[in-house]
Design a protein around this ligand. Structure first.
Ligand SMILES: C[S@@+](CC[C@H](N)C(=O)[O-])C[C@H]1O[C@@H](n2cnc3c(N)ncnc32)[C@H](O)[C@@H]1O
Length: 265
């Protein structure tokens, strides 16, 4: 993992080289459309407030739970007692990005979605709310964390989420075997190069022309930056968008020329 100083330098570099927030100079109509109608769309959906209310409660929750520590996803598991509010402060995707994911799902309407790394289910709730007739399969290894997520889904009345408990090593391939296709995936659990690339390869086997893959924390460490570079360069990837804290990948064959964009967000 990069130090806070290194990360700040990387962010400055990204910010100074990325297209401005309105996308001036972006010549791809698809990306321009993405910027205008999805990235910069300030519309507030009804579900935002109840989900954010739950995030606030988690951030105030002083209780301790026993969690399995997967490290950056390693299979060497140790159990730790951790405070709910500390996990909520460090693990959950910030609302700006979670709401962007909501808008991506609302716009493209993927039917089968996969999230690797549920935590307390805040981003899961956004994804599932964005398309109520879709199914979100979300994977979490820590039973105590999964229990809180399930409770949150109940509080929000979300019935289109299936939470699969266990190490990704077992749950992910079993899940994929049973799915005809994956339309959308958010990979946010195991921030290491090799596992990230393995998940990418596994997802590609179930992907199609319209599948959207989103990777979290692509600049978090040298390993994640290497993984992101390999993903961008992969033959199947025709368009990649770097928003610094997440990377979005499209596989559409109708994009004749492979393109990559860094966009300020
Ligand atoms: C960053 S959090 C997910 C945050 C969530 N996507 C959100 O935005 O609200 C990552 C979660 O993945 C889980 N995790 C990490 N490695 C795992 C593994 N190998 N198997 C199962 N779960 C794992 C952790 O327990 C943690 O709760």
């Amino acid at each position: 993992m990069y130090s806070a100083f290194q990360l700040a330098q990387k962010y400055l570099n990204y910010y100074s080289t990325a297209y401005n927030s309105k996308g001036h100079g972006v010549h791809s109509p698809f990306v321009f459309h993405f910027i205008k109608y999805i990235k910069n769309n300030n519309k507030k959906a009804e579900c935002y407030k109840p989900i954010e209310d739950i995030r606030k409660l988690l951030l105030q929750n002083n209780s301790f739970i026993e969690v399995q520590d997967f490290g950056a996803g390693s299979s060497v598991i140790k159990t730790n007692s951790r405070q709910v509010k500390k996990i909520a402060a460090s693990s959950l995707k910030h609302k700006k990005f979670a709401q962007l994911l909501y808008r991506i799902v609302e716009y493209y309407q993927p039917k089968t979605m996969v999230e690797l790394g549920t935590s307390f289910g805040i981003t899961s709730a956004y994804l599932a709310s964005a398309h109520r007739t879709a199914t979100l399969y979300t994977l979490e290894g820590s039973p105590a964390i999964a229990a809180i997520a399930k409770n949150n889904f109940q509080l929000l009345g979300l019935k289109n989420i299936q939470l699969l408990e266990g190490d990704f090593k077992n749950t992910f391939s079993t899940l994929l075997q049973g799915l005809p296709a994956v339309d959308f995936a958010f990979v946010d659990g195991n921030h290491k190069k090799q596992p990230t690339l393995e998940y990418f390869e596994q997802l590609l086997k179930k992907a199609h022309n319209e599948t959207i893959l989103i990777f979290d924390d692509i600049h978090w460490s040298a390993q994640m930056e290497e993984a992101w570079e390999i993903i961008k360069q992969h033959n199947s990837v025709t368009l990649s968008i770097d928003l610094f804290f997440i990377g979005i990948v499209f596989l559409r064959k109708d994009f004749k020329v492979k393109q990559h964009f860094s966009l300020r967000f």
